[in-house]
Design a protein around this ligand. Structure first.
Ligand SMILES: O=C(O)[C@H](O)COP(=O)(O)O
Length: 211
């Protein structure tokens, strides 16, 4: 066994609440989003975890979620690395559009494919594969080596940047990843083996409401 990797999607953002495609846009957390980050942080505090380092994206909703979690675990001064490589999937021309309006215009099935398929990019944006093509190398060079050294590493990022990691860690097929939704503010605790495969995964909260 080596170290521990904790992945957490940011709390609800203002654009999540308004049901808008967000991607690289930079909305704030809502009040509920702040609550969700606190709940995730408390779950980690109850778990008794202490982090060695944290990673987050270049976007405020993930950075603010991280800050709230660190307050809850009593580690506000923790070394934190922010990198665009962990940003949400770029939703391209869909960014800012209402998801229900998009369903009305292009159909439920097409919108689901854009949102959840592995390799179909939304117009002007990134597919999950494109997202993974920047997230995965960053994970391999910056994050994984620390976990393999036995460190406990927190990553506060986004629904799809984290789905691209979960797909590989959980060894999911392109078909299986279609059905995977990550809840906001719910930490996933992975213990890794020395060969970087997953020894165990615990979800500290309820993923069932995610959509
Ligand atoms: O970018 C967004 O709109 C959200 O953060 C994730 O959206 P999705 O669940 O539609 O992929």
């Amino acid at each position: 066994m080596s170290g521990t990797l904790v992945l957490v999607r940011h709390g609800q953002s203002d654009w999540n609440l308004k049901n808008l495609f967000t991607g690289w846009k930079n909305p704030e957390l809502t009040e509920l989003g702040v609550q969700e980050a606190n709940t995730g942080g408390k779950a980690l505090a109850d778990y008794g975890i202490k982090f060695d380092i944290a990673f987050t994206s270049d976007l405020k909703r993930a950075q603010d979620t991280l800050k709230i979690i660190l307050e809850n675990v009593g580690q506000t001064g923790l070394e934190t690395i922010k990198d665009q490589a962990l940003n949400e999937r770029d939703y391209g021309d869909l960014s800012g559009l209402n998801k229900d309006d998009a369903r009305a215009k292009w159909g439920e099935e097409q919108v689901h494919i854009w949102r959840r398929s592995y390799d179909v990019p939304p117009p002007g944006g990134e597919s999950l594969r494109d997202t993974g093509a920047r997230v995965w190398p960053y994970y391999l060079t910056e994050i994984l080596p620390r976990v393999l050294r036995g460190e406990t590493v927190l990553v506060a990022a986004h629904g799809n940047s984290l789905r691209s990691l979960v797909m590989v860690l959980d060894k999911l097929t392109k078909e299986q990843i279609l059905g995977v939704n990550l809840a906001t503010g719910v930490p996933m605790v992975y213990k890794l083996n020395a060969d970087s495969t997953v020894a165990s995964k615990e979800v500290l909260g309820d993923m069932s409401g995610a959509h």
